[in-house]
Design a protein around this ligand. Structure first.
Ligand SMILES: [Zn+2]
Length: 200
C-alpha cells in the first residue's frame, strides 16, 4: 500500500474531505480530516496500523503509548501488530480550574525503567501532545524510541527522538476568515464538519 493508496482510502471513508470548512479552531480550510472515520472500521484500522508497525518495528519497542482519545486505537492496533503492551495517556486537571491539563498514566498503567517505548498518534499537527507523551515517558524512566502517526500534518519533519514515521503526509492550508480565498470566491458554502442540525 503506497501513500497514494492510503490517501485514496481516507477519501473513500470520507475521513479526508475537500470543500470549504470551518475548523474548531475558528480557521477556514479547503480540507478537513477526521481520522476517527477511518478507524471506526476495525479491519481498516488493523491494516493501516500493521503497515505503520512494519515501518517502525525495527525500533524494537516493548510497549506502545498514545494520547487519549485519538491515540488509543492506534496504540492498541500497533501493540497487536508488534505483540507488545499498549497503553494510553489521558488528561487530568492539574488542580485549579483554568490550569492546563496534563497527560498522565492512569488505570494502573505504568512504564518500567529503561523500557523501550514507541509513541503513537492518529494525526500529528503541531506535535504538542506528542511532545507531552514523550516527556511523560521520560519522566517514568522509560526510553522513547520513536514516534509513529497514521497522518503527518505537521508540514515539516518534527524532531522527535528516534525518528518519525507516518503513512500519509498532508499539508492542509488554513486561513483566518477575513483572509480565506474560498470566502472571497463565494462559490462554496462554509461547512462546519461534524455538526448536526439539532431538533429543537
Ligand atoms: Zn472561508
Amino acid at each position: 500500500m503506497t501513500e497514494k493508496d492510503v490517501l485514496k482510502l481516507f477519501k473513500k471513508e470520507k475521513a479526508f474531505l475537500s470543500g470549504h470548512f470551518l475548523l474548531s479552531s475558528g480557521l477556514h480550510s479547503p480540507h478537513y480530516m477526521q481520522c476517527a472515520l477511518v478507524l471506526q472500521k476495525p479491519w481498516i484500522a488493523e491494516k493501516l496500523c500493521r503497515l505503520l508497525a512494519k515501518k517502525c518495528g525495527r525500533l524494537k519497542p516493548q510497549v506502545v503509548i498514545g494520547p487519549a482519545l485519538g491515540g488509543i486505537v492506534v496504540s492498541y492496533e500497533i501493540g497487536r501488530a508488534l505483540k507488545v503492551r499498549s497503553v494510553f495517556a489521558e488528561r487530568l486537571p492539574a488542580g485549579k480550574a483554568g490550569v492546563d491539563e496534563i497527560l498522565t498514566l492512569r488505570r494502573g498503567f505504568s512504564l518500567h525503567k529503561n523500557e523501550r517505548v514507541l509513541v503513537v498518534e492518529d494525526v500529528v499537527t503541531t506535535g504538542r501532545s506528542t511532545g507531552e507523551v514523550i516527556e511523560l515517558v521520560r519522566q517514568s524512566g522509560a526510553k522513547p524510541v520513536g514516534v509513529a502517526s497514521l497522518v503527518d500534518r505537521s508540514g515539516q519533519t518534527p524532531a522527535f527522538p528516534g525518528g518519525f514515521f507516518s503513512l500519509l503526509k498532508v499539508d492542509i492550508q488554513t486561513y483566518a476568515s477575513q483572509e480565506c480565498p474560498l470566502c472571497r470566491e463565494g462559490n462554496t458554502a462554509l461547512v462546519k464538519p461534524g455538526s448536526r442540525t439539532k431538533k429543537e
